[in-house]
Design a protein around this ligand. Structure first.
Ligand SMILES: Cc1cc2nc3c(=O)[nH]c(=O)nc-3n(C[C@H](O)[C@H](O)[C@H](O)COP(=O)(O)O)c2cc1C
Length: 443
C-alpha cells in the first residue's frame, strides 16, 4: 500500500487504479473481466430525499396503521399472475455463476417472505425449483439450459434482451466453472471458456419479439406472465416496444446492475444509471395508458438496490417492484469478513471481492468447486436472505408511513426531492428547497 507523502501529487486522470490497469493490460495482453456492477460513483437513489409529513400532510402511526406491501405482477394477459407479499424480488442469476446451493438458498429466503426468485443463463436447477414458491424462468439469447418442460414448470417467463451491466453484450463463464453438471445443462464441453450470446438467434427486432411472446404463451397455456428484461440505454423506446410486443411485465436493469462476469470496460462505460432509466420507463408506460392500471404492465427496476430507502425511492418514482442481485449475494454471505485471510490470498479483500469468474469464492457462493461449495449452508443462507428482505420491507414501510402512505405503491414523485442538479434532472423531481426540475425530456 502506497502511503501518502506530501509533495507527491496524484493525477486525477491517471490515478493509481488507471495506472495499475495500464500496467496489467501491458503485462497480460487481455482485458479485465470481473463480476459486480459499475464501481464508479453515479447519480443514484442516495441523491434523493423524502419529504416526510409535517403540517400539510400527516404521517401514519406505525404501531396501529397498516402500510401494505403486496404486488400483483402480470395480470395483463396471464391466467395466473404472480401475487407477491413484498415488492422486492430476486433477480436472475445463472447456475454456473452461482452454485446449486446458492440457488437453493435464494429460493428458501425468497419463499419465506413471499417473493419470487429467477433462474438465469444455464437453465433451471432442481434446487431452486424445489425451494422457490414463485420461480421466474429466464429465456435468454444464449438458450443455455433452455428446456420447454422447464418453461412449463415455471411461474413466469422472463425474456432477457439485456442486462444493465452489459447492454448489447453477452456474459462469460470461464472454463474453471464449467463442471460436468454445468456443461450438461448448457450442452457445452466441460472446462472450456464460454461466452453467452448478446442477441437472440431467431430475431432481429421488436416484431420478432411479439412473435416470440405469442409462442411462449402458447407453450405455457397462456397461464404465465411474460416479462421482458432490458438493460438501461434507450429505455423510453425499449419499454414502449416491449409493451407493444405484448409484455406483461417490463424489467429495467440500470448500469449499476451486477453481473457474474463481463469486461470491466463494459460494466463501467455502457448503459445509463438506474435513476436515469426509471422515469423514462414510467413515462413510456404512462403514455401507453398501462402504468399502475388494472390489467396494466408492471415495472420492475434493478441495478444498485441496497436498502429499504432505495426500494421506497424506486417505488415513489413509479416502479411496481424492484429486483436485487448483488445485495442478495451479500446477504447470503458473499464478501463476508470472516473470509478476509482467504480473500487476501486471492489478491482481494472482504468488501472488494469481485472475481466471480475465477470460481474460487471462499464463501462458496460464486463457485462450482465441490469443497468451496460445501462451506455454504443453504438453510442458513436462506435465513439470512429472508431477514434481509424483511428489513428492506420494514424500512420501506417506515418511510412510506412517514409520507402518510398506507401502501408502498402510493408513494409518488411528489414525496421526493433531489440533492444534486444531475439527480433532479434524471429523476425529474425538484432540487431540494426549490421547485426547479432541471431539463425536460426531449424525446
Ligand atoms: C452473479 C450474478 C449472475 C447474474 N446472472 C444473470 C443472468 O443469468 N441473467 C440475467 O438476466 N441477469 C443476470 N445477472 C444480473 C441480475 O439479474 C440483475 O440484473 C442485477 O444483479 C441487478 O443489479 P444489482 O446486482 O445491483 O442488484 C446476474 C447478476 C449477478 C450478480
Amino acid at each position: 500500500m502506497t502511503t501518502f507523502q506530501p509533495g507527491l501529487r496524484e493525477s486525477a486522470t491517471f490515478d493509481r487504479n488507471v495506472i495499475h490497469e495500464i500496467q496489467r493490460a501491458a503485462e497480460t495482453g487481455i482485458y479485465d473481466i470481473r463480476g459486480w456492477g459499475a464501481k464508479r460513483r453515479l447519480p443514484h437513489f442516495d441523491d434523493l430525499l423524502f419529504l416526510g409529513s409535517s403540517m400539510s400532510r400527516y404521517p401514519l402511526e406505525g404501531y396501529r396503521e397498516k402500510c401494505e406491501t403486496d404486488v400483483v405482477l402480470g395480470d395483463r394477459h396471464a391466467k395466473y399472475p404472480l401475487h407477491l407479499d413484498i415488492p422486492v424480488t430476486i433477480a436472475g442469476m445463472s447456475f454456473g455463476a452461482l452454485s446449486g446451493r446458492a440457488k437453493e438458498a435464494l429460493g428458501r429466503g425468497a419463499s419465506e417472505v413471499g417473493t419470487s426468485t429467477t433462474t438465469g443463463d444455464g437453465g433451471m436447477t432442481t434446487e431452486e425449483r424445489g425451494q422457490s414458491k414463485s420461480l421466474v424462468y429466464q429465456y435468454l439469447p444464449s438458450r443455455y439450459g433452455m428446456n420447454p418442460d422447464d418453461l412449463r414448470k415455471a411461474d413466469a417467463i422472463e425474456i432477457v434482451l439485456g442486462q444493465g451491466a452489459k447492454p448489447g453484450g453477452g456474459g462469460m463463464l470461464l472454463g474453471q466453472k464449467i463442471t460436468e453438471r454445468v456443461a450438461g445443462m448448457r450442452t457445452l464441453p466441460v472446462g472450456i471458456d464460454q461466452r453467452s450470446a448478446c442477441r437472440h438467434p431467431d430475431w432481429t427486432g421488436p416484431d420478432d419479439l411479439a412473435i416470440k411472446i405469442i409462442e411462449l404463451r402458447e407453450i405455457t397455456g397462456r397461464e404465465k406472465p411474460i416479462y421482458v428484461k432490458v438493460g438501461a440505454t434507450r429505455t423510453y423506446y425499449d419499454v414502449k416496444l416491449a409493451v407493444k410486443a405484448g409484455a406483461d411485465v417490463v424489467v429495467v436493469d440500470g448500469m449499476q446492475g451486477g453481473t457474474a462476469a463481463t469486461q470491466d470496460v463494459f460494466i463501467e462505460h455502457v448503459g445509463i444509471p438506474t435513476l436515469a432509466a426509471l422515469p423514462q420507463a414510467v413515462q413510456a408506460l404512462q403514455e401507453m395508458g398501462v402504468h399502475r392500471t388494472p390489467g396494466g404492465v408492471q415495472l420492475i427496476v434493478s441495478g444498485g438496490i441496497r436498502s429499504g430507502a432505495d426500494v421506497a425511492k424506486a417505488m415513489a418514482l413509479g416502479a411496481d417492484a424492484v429486483a436485487i442481485g448483488t445485495a442478495a449475494l451479500i446477504a447470503l454471505g458473499d464478501n463476508d469478513p470472516k473470509y478476509q485471510a482467504e480473500y487476501a490470498k486471492l489478491g482481494s479483500a472482504a468488501g472488494f471481492y469481485d472475481d466471480f469468474q475465477d470460481g474460487k469464492d471462499p464463501a462458496g457462493i460464486t463457485t462450482q468447486d465441490p469443497e468451496l461449495q460445501a462451506r455454504f449452508d443453504p438453510i442458513e443462507g436462506g435465513r439470512r436472505l429472508a431477514n434481509y428482505l424483511r428489513v428492506l420491507t420494514m424500512e420501506a414501510q417506515t418511510i412510506a408511513r412517514a409520507c402518510g402512505k398506507s401502501h408502498l405503491r402510493n408513494l409518488e414523485p411528489q414525496d421526493l426531492v433531489a440533492l444534486t442538479i444531475e439527480s433532479a434532472a434524471m429523476a425529474r423531481v425538484p432540487l431540494a428547497g426549490t421547485e426547479w426540475i432541471p431539463g425536460r425530456a426531449t424525446f
